[in-house]
Design a protein around this ligand. Structure first.
Ligand code: M6R
Length: 615
């Protein structure tokens, strides 16, 4: 969590940093701050609140001039969100200034030792401890800033991406990472530092992504030197050409990123299968799968690990893999898996799903599985992310940047990748015949058009949203492939509207949740044709008998549910195995409209951050 931005060069740093922080607000947004070196001294402005609050404050507080600066947008770990705990933090001498993303786990003992040496602390943060530790090492060992950072980080347990400079040496910035991402953009006689490349995309396409346990000393006129933190060995930096465009990280006329990303799904899904699916040749080709086909075919079972929405995509995948490829699948919350001493064998294949590729628990689950000899495959959206690098092989979803905190296109593109994998393996194993395989390819190619159709219900969904926006609770029911979709619909409503919502397998309702149903309870039931339609219709009857308000997600032309439900939302017909890709769309729109009507901050819901890089 937390977004960090830095600049050293020939331009004014302030606008680059503030604009950059706005692009990184998805990483945390409970406080923000900036430190500039104005040629003579350090100017710091920081506040609880968002980057716009920081802008307002710095207008009054600082001169905003300087060619060197660092900025931070925070998601609080140590210390409540307030002005004092906001970053940047300054060392006791007032010389060193730091921004930090991550957690220093042994900060309490470090703080105690520094306190004995008469260091004092204003904030409750681990970051203020770190900057004073660096200062202490610098003084005690009589070393330069880079060396002091290195020695200090070797005493630290935890995760970090840091940027630090000394106001007495304004030609130099030191950065380091372990467990939190950090990119350095390289321009002409200038350098940009950020948690991801979005803050500097309009200035340079050349970037270095630091690896874990690496640090870099960046000197404006002398360039960048990358070293290993542990043994000081020099690393030859790999400069990547960025593919990202500015338009991809802007709202493009939509009111919110979430809405833009919902509407991007037809393109995102076709980008996901483009180049991998050929209906003419009747093949699916995915490099990461082809290269490791033996591992998949010999797998005893597939274990899927993920969190949140990605976990829901994993649950959909369980149905697809077992149904089509007949491979046993277990789906685990990464946070539980990593700590419960799971049985992992060398013939297990672990699939880790993550939009950001930075989720700490998923990353830890991968490391655990690798240490036990399992083959680990990643399904990520963010290219070059930690999970993409840590896994043995993988497939990108190619959804493009997802900035809204609530995942939308990440979910449908993850399902698309996992479907392609299941089909490819089913073909290799002979568990699907050629006509079924062909039918799947045909239907998959039609999904983007059908998602476009589903999006046309937007105005109708807005009317339904208006009727139920004040409901305190909501249930989501689905069966089979659409049980995970019910979970995902409930999560979307909870996280952006703060309405309590639960997803259940429709048949489970009788085992408890049915007690909640009365005339005030809205119940979204996924009741599309194929699969368990008749069973779901019976469940709807049961709800109706208890006067629940039914919002049915139905296949175009449905008549049976129309008669029973209070409202219906139609989606085009498709195969049952692909139905989650369509049935998710109205649920995303429903939660979006309810949240907007309630005046919630759709793109930045309270207490959340886009990538959860702490456990
Ligand atoms: O980046 P990841 O896919 O690993 O993130 C996992 C979850 O944190 C994420 O899906 C979260 O649940 C979203 N806010 C859901 O909309």
């Amino acid at each position: 969590m937390c977004g960090i931005v830095g600049y050293i060069g020939h331009r004014e740093a302030y606008p680059i940093i503030v604009e950059g922080l706005k692009r990184l607000e998805y990483r945390g947004y409970d406080s923000a701050g900036i430190a500039l070196f104005d040629g003579k001294d350090l100017k710091v402005s920081k506040t609880k609140g968002k980057v716009v609050d920081l802008e307002e404050l710095s207008e009054k507080e600082i001169s905003k001039h300087g060619k060197l600066g660092i900025g931070h947008t925070r998601w609080a770990t140590h210390g409540v969100p307030n002005d004092i705990n906001s970053h940047p933090h300054i060392s006791n001498s007032g010389d060193l200034v730091i921004i930090h993303n991550g957690i220093i786990e042994n900060y309490a003992s470090l703080k105690k030792a520094l306190t004995l040496r008469e260091y004092t602390f204003k904030s409750d943060t681990d970051t203020e401890v770190l900057v004073n530790l660096i200062e202490d090492v610098k003084k005690q060992e009589k070393v330069k800033l880079g060396k002091a950072v290195q020695i200090a980080l070797n005493q630290v347990i935890g995760a970090y991406a840091i940027t630090v400079f000394d106001k007495n040496k304004p030609e130099e910035v030191v950065v380091a990472r372990l467990g939190s991402p950090l990119a350095v953009g390289i321009g002409e006689d200038e350098f940009f530092i950020a948690s991801d490349a979005s803050p500097f995309i309009e200035y340079t396409k050349d970037a270095i992504y630091l690896e874990d346990e690496e640090m870099a000393i960046i000197r404006r006129h002398k360039g960048i030197k990358v070293r290993k933190i542990k043994d000081d060995s020099i690393v030859a930096p790999y400069i990547q050409k960025l593919q990202l465009n500015l338009e991809e990280i802007e709202k493009g006329g939509f009111d919110h990123f979430m809405l833009k990303e919902i509407h991007e799904q037809p393109k995102a899904i076709s980008d996901t299968y483009r180049g991998r699916l050929s209906r003419d040749k009747a093949i699916i080709k995915m490099a990461g799968v082809e290269d490791n086909m033996k591992k998949f075919l010999n797998a005893n079972r597939i274990i899927i690990v993920a969190c949140g929405t990605s976990w829901h995509a994993g649950l959909v995948a369980e149905y697809i893999f077992e149904d089509l490829a007949r491979i046993p699948v277990e789906v685990e919350y990464a946070s539980e898996f990593r700590y419960r001493n799971p049985v992992i064998r060398e013939d297990d294949v672990l699939i880790a799903i993550s939009q950001s590729g930075e989720t700490a628990d998923t990353l830890a689950a991968i490391k655990l599985a690798k240490s036990k000899g399992a083959f680990v495959f990643g399904v990520c959206n963010v290219v070059g992310s930690s999970i993409a690098r840590e896994t043995d092989a993988g497939a990108y979803t190619h959804a493009g940047p997802e900035i809204g905190v609530a995942s939308t296109k990440a979910f449908t593109t993850q399902i698309t990748v996992l479907t392609l994998m299941a089909l490819r393996l089913a073909r290799a194993k002979g568990t699907i015949n050629s006509s079924d395989f062909h039918r799947h390819l045909l239907e998959l190619e039609m999904i983007p058009k059908k998602v476009e159709e589903a999006l046309k219900s937007d105005a109708h969904i807005r009317i339904i949203a208006d009727i139920y926006k004040d409901a305190p609770n909501c249930l989501y029911l689905g069966r089979g492939y659409n049980f995970p979709v019910a979970l995902e619909g409930a999560l979307k409503l909870k996280e952006i509207s703060y309405i309590h919502a639960e997803g259940y397998p429709a048949a489970e309702m009788k085992h408890g949740p049915i007690a909640l149903i009365d005339e005030n309870m809205p119940i979204v039931v996924i009741a599309t044709k194929k699969g368990h339609y008749e069973k779901v219709v019976s469940n709807i009857q049961e709800i109706k008998s208890r006067k629940g308000k039914i919002i049915g997600i139905v296949t175009e032309g449905d008549t049976q549910v129309r008669e029973l439900a209070d409202h219906i939302i139609e989606v085009p017909e498709t195969l049952e195995s692909l139905s989650p890709l369509l049935n998710t769309i109205p649920l995303q729109l429903l939660s979006y409209h309810i949240a907007v009507m309630l005046g919630k901050n759709v793109d930045q819901p309270r207490n959340l951050a886009k990538s959860v890089t702490v456990e």
